[in-house]
Write a protein that binds this ligand. Sequence first.
Ligand SMILES: *Cc1c(COP(=O)(O)O)cnc(C)c1O
Length: 379
Amino acid sequence: MRSNTKIEFYRHNLDRRDISAASEVLKSIFLTTGKAVRVFEEKFSGYTGCKNTVGVTSCTAALHLALIAWGIGPGDEVITTPMSFCATSNAVLHAGARPVFVDVEESTGNINAELMEKAVTRRTKAIIPVHLYGQMCDMKEIRRIADRRGLVVIEDAAHSIESVRDGIRPGELGDAACFSFYATKNITSGEGGAIATNDSGKAGLIKSLRLHGIDKSAAERYSKIYRHWDMPLLGWKYNMDNIHAALLAGQIERIEKLRAKRERIARRYERAFDGAKGIGLLKPVPGSKHARHLFTIQVASGKRDRLLHSLQQKGIGVAVNYTPIHLLGYYRKNFGHKKGDFPVAEKIGARTISLPLYPKLKPDEADYVISRVLSELPK
Ligand SMILES: *Cc1c(COP(=O)(O)O)cnc(C)c1O
């Protein structure tokens, strides 16, 4: 490859049909939550197998509303992982509850179920497991613990629409699963999110909470006869609109094809890095279907930032997913967290590099990434 090679960290997969579906909405009279959102929600439910989908503006909003809908608020504790994007625990704070972090498993980076049970107190009301990078947590074990302790389980499935483990999918054993359609996620509308749940009562409540707590949506008010509405509850302004929904519907139909392309790239990376000196990999759990949202390598912490920067200099987009949440300024300051609190998450956070992984990444581009990683890794 030429020396001016530029390999983006991420490229979305919106195609002509998605764009024309959104254009159709723009040419129509009704831009906000209406038919296109209903169509998206039905298609998404068809894919996840969950009875209900509620489209919202982000996964952060989805997590927030799920916590509220299940009655979690001030005085409550919610157990979650520090190895995630700050949205996960920020949503707990938005609900007025306290996030309680528990360290992760070294092999997957997912929350450690054994430690989770030890962190339960009288105030614990819920668990938010995160299916990190697309590898699902052991939901059977998490559900068992939750049932034993009477806890709600809200899955942060921002990385894992397509995941399966032990035949279980996101939203199947959790009370709700929250998804993201943010700009770099597996399917995207720039910004967007959804809650999937088999609890139809809670889905109805969330539909009202996503729009101020009003009992009729704009689409219902916009009918031949004006209908008066009431606001029995205080909600938020988190409703997905028709433009975003139109961008997503077609991607749901292509979602397996898109994942298969990422799977091939991920396997190419795995073949190249497996056993390579100085490089560690998190391996998919045997028998599970990995959503292949992010592909990460682990290198010695003293070498990580040097490799990160030299890859960037070679035109390769890279990222760090994640610096553990408990080490972010706000969490240190307000919760007294410090280095050493969650050593396994910190170890991953200090060693991890995310490489480009998306359907448009060509095999020769992946090979360029591989050769640069192997040659730039500090000795
Ligand atoms: C992206 C992400 C979120 C937040 O999603 P938004 O749609 O941007 O709110 C939450 N959790 C995880 C693990 C994420 O990667």
